[in-house]
Design a protein around this ligand. Sequence first.
Ligand SMILES: [Zn+2]
Length: 168
Amino acid sequence: MGIELSRKEAIRIIQDYMLLHLSIEEKGNILIGYGGKVINEDNDEWIVSEILNIKNNRIIRANYNYSKLITNTYLELKIKEFYDLEIAIISNKNYDFDSYYSCVCCNYIISKKRTLYSICPVCYWEDDFTEGETYSGPNHSSLKDYKLKFFKQKELNSNDDVYLQYYK
Ligand SMILES: [Zn+2]
């Protein structure tokens, strides 16, 4: 039996860990992603005092605002990995995934609606609305072949299951 946490608490704890344990370089890369100027342009070095400034803590945390499509199991495993603690996330919300869209290739729920040329974060299929055996340029393959390849690889690496909730 593990400590019971709400999903919000679990995310907060992961954020605490990240804030305290990420390296200067990892933090710097996050801040650059948010448009921060944390590299000295003259000598290409990290500006450490700028990176560690309290004003950035909120941004570092925000980088770990896990989407609701990330499973509780994934968050539980992260806390186990970071703190060596067994926790159980008790969901206080039941999301209605009926209105969500799952990838045509891997079936994982990836977004709220289908968008042309969006790339699936799980299988990387770029959705150009081709189907079946029709050759898809951006994917260098047909959907049918891509699917076969994806599920074959997935058998070898079951970690993928952790990332996004599976629909159906
Ligand atoms: Zn996919």
